[in-house]
Design a binder for this molecule. Structure first.
Ligand SMILES: [Zn+2]
Length: 388
C-alpha cells in the first residue's frame, strides 16, 4: 500500500512538472473583461442619464487591444443605447488610430446596429485563442460580432454576421470605420500628412480611395509627419478585408479623421475584417509588416472557424449516452447529482441544435455550461470509478 502511494505521489509530481513546462511552451491569449461600469451622463447624453461602459482586452503576447462599448441606458431611448462620443471604440494601445470612443458602426439599412446592444459582451474563449462576442438587436436583423486574437498574432480578427428578422428585409449593410492615424492632428493644432495604402495603390490626404473588391485586401493608414521615426505620433494602423461579401468601399482621407466605408452584400450574411494598431512602430516597420505579413493574416482571417471548438465538436448523442452510463455506474453515490445532471442534459439538448443553426446566444450559453459543469462531471466519473 505504501509503495502504491509513493508511485502515486511521484506520478502527480511528474504531471505537475509537465503542466508547468507545457504552460510555458504554449503561447496563450489572455482575455480580460474589466466589467461594466455605470456613470451619470455629462456630454455623452442628456445630463443625468445613465451611461454603461465596458472594456475588454485581448492580449496575444505580441499585441494587446482594448475594446470599449458604451451607451446610454435611460428608458426614454427605448431599445437604443446612444452615446454622443461613439459606441464601439478601441482605447488602447492608443486613443488615436482606431478611435478610442468609437471606431466602428455597423450600418444595417443605414442605422447603426451597435445602438441596439442586446446581451452584454461575452468572453467566449481564452487561452489557446481569445474570443469576445457582441450581439445587437437591430430591428431589421440580429447582428453579431466576434473578435479573435490568435497566440502571437498582431491582428484583431473580426467576424460579423447578420440574420434578417422574420418579415424584415435587409437592404444595405455597411461598416463605417474611423481612424486618426498616429496622432490627433487638428485637436492639437498640428498639420499632418495622412495616407492610405493598399496592395494596389497609395492615396494621399484630401483624396478619396475607391476600393477595388478582391484587390484592396489590406489598408494601411499612416501619416508621414507623425512617424515614430521622426519622434512624432504613436505609430500607424491598418485593416484587413476578406473579399467574401464585400461589394466595394471608399476611404476618405481627411487631415484629421480618415473615414472608411465598406459596403457589404446584404445577402451574404457575413463579412470578415481585421484591425491593426502599430503603436510603437515606425511607418517603415509597419509598412514592411503589411507588405510581408498581411496576406498570411488574411488567410487566417478567412480560414479560422470563429465558433468555440468545445461547442462545434460537441457530440450530443455520445455525451448523452456517456452521461447515462456514468449515472448508472455511479449507483447510489451518484443519486445526489442526478437531478442536476438530468437538468443539464435537457438544457444541452435544447442548446446544441440552436447553436448549430447559428443562434449565438445559445452558443454562448452552451460554451459556458460545458465549462462550468466540468466539476460535476469529475465527481460523477469518480463515483462511477468507485462503484465499478
Ligand atoms: Zn440618454
Amino acid at each position: 500500500m505504501r509503495g502504491t502511494w509513493r508511485v502515486g505521489i511521484v506520478l502527480v509530481a511528474i504531471a505537475c512538472a509537465l503542466c508547468v513546462v507545457w504552460a510555458d511552451d504554449q503561447p496563450q491569449v489572455t482575455v480580460h473583461d474589466k466589467g461594466m461600469k455605470t456613470s451619470a451622463a455629462r456630454w455623452e447624453c442628456t445630463p443625468g442619464h445613465e451611461i454603461h461602459r465596458q472594456q475588454i482586452s485581448l492580449a496575444s503576447g505580441a499585441r494587446s487591444y482594448t475594446i470599449q462599448v458604451q451607451g446610454c441606458f435611460d428608458p426614454s431611448h427605448g431599445a437604443q443605447h446612444p452615446c454622443n462620443e461613439g459606441l464601439f471604440g478601441m482605447p488602447s494601445p492608443t486613443r488615436a488610430n482606431w478611435y478610442a470612443a468609437g471606431f466602428m458602426k455597423v450600418l444595417v439599412n443605414g442605422v447603426d446596429a451597435v445602438l441596439y446592444q442586446d446581451a452584454a459582451p461575452r468572453v467566449m474563449e481564452t487561452g489557446e485563442r481569445g474570443v469576445v462576442q457582441f450581439q445587437w438587436a437591430h430591428p431589421a436583423a440580429e447582428v453579431g460580432l466576434r473578435l479573435m486574437m490568435l497566440p502571437g498574432g498582431s491582428c484583431l480578427l473580426a467576424d460579423l454576421q447578420w440574420r434578417p428578422r422574420e418579415g424584415q428585409t435587409v437592404e444595405t449593410v455597411a461598416l463605417a470605420l474611423t481612424c486618426y492615424p498616429s496622432y490627433f492632428t487638428t485637436a492639437n493644432q498640428r498639420t499632418g500628412d495622412r495616407h492610405c495604402m493598399t496592395p494596389r495603390i497609395d492615396e494621399s490626404e484630401g483624396h478619396a480611395l475607391d476600393m477595388v473588391p478582391g484587390e484592396d485586401t489590406w489598408l494601411y493608414y499612416y501619416d508621414t509627419v507623425f512617424d515614430m521615426a521622426n519622434g512624432e505620433g504613436d505609430g500607424p494602423c491598418g485593416a484587413l478585408l476578406a473579399p467574401a461579401g464585400v461589394n466595394g468601399g471608399r476611404v476618405s482621407i481627411g487631415g484629421y479623421a480618415v473615414s472608411t466605408t465598406i459596403n457589404l452584400d446584404p445577402g451574404a450574411g457575413e463579412a470578415r475584417v481585421g484591425f491593426y494598431d502599430f503603436t510603437g512602430m515606425t511607418n517603415a516597420e509597419a509598412e514592411k509588416y503589411m507588405q510581408q505579413q498581411a496576406l498570411t493574416d488574411l488567410a487566417q482571417l478567412t480560414e479560422t472557424n470563429f465558433r468555440p471548438a468545445p461547442v462545434r465538436e460537441f457530440d450530443l448523442a455520445a455525451f448523452t449516452a456517456e452521461t447515462n452510463r456514468l449515472l448508472e455506474a455511479a449507483g447510489e453515490d451518484g443519486a445526489a447529482l442526478r437531478p442536476e445532471v438530468e437538468e443539464l442534459l435537457a438544457r444541452v439538448a435544447e442548446l446544441k441544435p440552436a447553436a448549430d443553426a447559428g443562434d449565438w446566444a445559445a452558443e454562448a450559453e452552451l460554451a459556458g455550461m460545458l465549462q462550468t459543469s466540468a466539476d460535476t462531471f469529475w465527481k460523477l466519473k469518480a463515483f462511477a470509478v468507485l462503484n465499478g
